[in-house]
Design a protein around this ligand. Structure first.
Ligand code: NAP
Length: 257
């Protein structure tokens, strides 16, 4: 994989879901590029410790923290950003990567599962964006913006033929729309909001995907392979650092029909 280079020195990026998968590789790329990192702690303390240890090794001159955050709870998200502010940390960038994707046949999906998926993927994206923006709007300008936000949504929120993810797909479609409205309303505070919509990525999120679905989905990808999370990290860092994307949903799916 060609390695893109970025300069995040002197900035702090908050990454929800930053202890694993796409969130972790985003945090690792930004840390390697000289940026300070705050990840939301995993519910597994061991996973959090491993992520922190790797991030600290990425660059000698950066600060790395983990703070607990349940993205579907307003109280928890408010406390997360309050703790970051109380530590004197300015939030320059946010990547919201926290998400879940239980794979369940449509007729077997229950309201409980549906609500859990929406609470994490949709309500979580709203709450994290809201409290990041409340923090960012007090920042001094950094280039043209006081802060920049990337929501990790999904191409499933645009075009999905996956039979086991109706709740997930529609929760991500809501995230893609949230980006449009949040970007328009937060632009008056010089806060930039965009989404990265990945296609199929090799992470633990897809561990329960039925093998036949995986095979059929892979055949639809023009590049005939799934992406590595590191490739999504490069896309997210690109979106965070480009000057004129606003309210966009950028798909990174290797081509898909
Ligand atoms: N992998 C793909 O093919 C793919 C494709 C399109 C979009 N995406 C999106 O990319 C994002 C990252 O997924 P991934 O593939 O990196 O999966 P992953 O490795 O399972 O990571 C998901 C992360 O989200 C965290 N999380 C889940 N629920 C949370 C909650 N309620 N509060 C706080 N954190 C929570 C998890 O923390 P714990 O460690 O505590 O569980 C974990 O760190 C998700 O939004 C997903 O929908 C993934």
């Amino acid at each position: 994989m060609a390695r893109a280079t970025f300069d995040f020195s002197g900035t702090t990026t908050v990454v929800t879901g930053g202890a694993s998968g796409i969130g972790f590789t985003c945090a690792e790329l930004i840390a390697r590029s000289g940026g300070n990192i705050v990840i939301s702690a995993s519910r597994s303390p061991e996973k959090t410790e491993q992520a922190l240890a790797k991030l600290k090794k990425a660059h000698a001159n950066i600060e790395v923290h983990a703070v607990p955050c349940e993205v579907g709870s307003e109280e928890s998200v408010e406390s997360f950003f309050a703790a970051i502010g109380a530590a004197g940390i300015r939030v320059d960038y946010l990547i919201n990567s926290a998400g879940i994707s239980p794979n369940t046949e449509f007729l077997e999906q229950t309201q409980k599962e549906w609500d859990t998926v929406y609470n994490t993927n949709t309500t979580g994206a709203f709450l994290v964006t809201k409290y990041a923006a409340l923090s960012m709007k007090e920042n001094a300008l950094l280039d043209d913006f006081r802060g920049r936000i990337v929501l990790i949504t999904s191409t499933n929120g645009i075009n999905s033929q996956d039979p086991v993810s109706a709740h997930y797909d529609s929760s991500k479609a809501a995230g893609n729309m949230l980006v449009r409205t949040a970007a328009e309303h937060l632009s008056e505070h010089q806060i930039c909001v965009n989404a990265l919509a990945p296609g199929w990525i090799e992470t633990a999120l897809n561990n329960t995907l039925p093998p036949d679905v995986r095979e059929k989905e892979t055949a639809k990808i023009w590049m005939r392979r799934w992406a590595k999370p590191e490739e999504m990290a490069a896309c997210a860092a690109h979106i965070l650092t480009m000057p004129y994307y606003m309210g966009q949903v950028l798909m990174a799916d290797g081509g898909y029909r």
